[in-house]
Write a protein that binds this ligand. Sequence first.
Ligand SMILES: [Zn+2]
Ligand SMILES: [Zn+2]
Length: 441
Amino acid sequence: MTSPVVQTCPECGARLDVDPRFSVWCPHCEWNLTPASEAAEATEQPRHGAAHTDRTARTAHADRTEQLYEDLAAGHGATGRRDWLAASAVAAAVHLSTTALLAWALWLLVTGNTPLRCLGAGALAVVVLLRPRLGRVPRDEHVLDRHRAPALYGLVDRLAAQVGADPVGVIRIDGTFNATIGVVGLRRRSVLTLGLQLWEALTDQQRIALLGHELAHRVNGDHRRGLWLGSAIGALAHWHDLARPRRRAGSPGGLQLLFQLADLISDALLGGLAWLLLRAVRLLDRLTARAGQQAEYHADELAARAASTTAARGLLETLLLEGAADTLVTRLRADRIHRPRAVRRGAARPPQEPVTATLWEQLREHLATIPPLERERLLRRSALRQDAVDATHPPTHLRLALLDRRPSHPAVVTTTATESAAIAAELAPHRERVARALLAD
Ligand SMILES: [Zn+2]
Ligand SMILES: [Zn+2]
């Protein structure tokens, strides 16, 4: 054991414990809460998508987010019903214009002469691009078959019954630090995707909270991923993409000036259309953001009721460690790529298996050794930056705060040691596959 290094805070003079693995910061005055390297990274990647890239939009979004939290914490059951209705009306306008375009295309194809028929065919192609996408049940290597994973499907079925959702259609396993649920096909079957980086970082009970939250998405009144709203948002994004002016390569010869002029005019027209479409996307985004966040808080509550408030808190706290997990995986990948070169030619190369075999153990160990002071920094930084898992979730610190404001729940769904061992065995082949994929260049 090395003796702890001590430093004083340059701002307030408090004594600071230093862990060389992490940046030094002051929990008293929050000096260096966000070191320069992280601040740069935060401005590079806007976390709320294109709709909130400018600063004012971001501040307004943050204000609305805070307001919703205050309303819910104060016990006002802020209903998003009016917002959902308005959003559905915007979606109806989008669907109506797609239908009108389809009718026009068909009319041209049936009644027009050759040039008009060509125009009709073009319009039909646009309609095909804008059509609602139902998606289909995936059949790739990520899929975990129900008959091959009775223990995990059994647990998920129990949780679905607990939160009042339909049983899931398919469970998929990938390498992300996340979990998602979506619905596909005409029969609207749900596809639950579990990211192994997150799954492996959680305790058994926190995994139940994770499954509970995802399944709650099927019953929490979140319409953003529904067919009506979801496909309208998709169609608007396609419209916007079609209208966005692009840089073209210069045309050859004396016609260049004429081409440039034509480009200029079409760019101006398309630019105007793209601007209007972007407004519509933002309107839908604003209308659904509040109601969507409310649905997320409700999913957290359902997860806490199934898995216990403690487990739901633990899950949310683990979500803050995504950066730490990413750093470790990146380091191990670099080690794996560079090490073989260092091995003297002719010497027996170390087999590659050990790195993939121990990835998950190393990940768990790495996350478990993150000291409370660093965890506290990540939590406060998340509050400062309004960090969310993604654009659709409220910031993690507010989700934690709301759980604390609500009554604490004991666990209703639990797993026995035999059951969790069976689940681990079912996941073993995927653990191996995902580890290889994560550590390959
Ligand atoms: Zn200080
Ligand atoms: Zn969610």
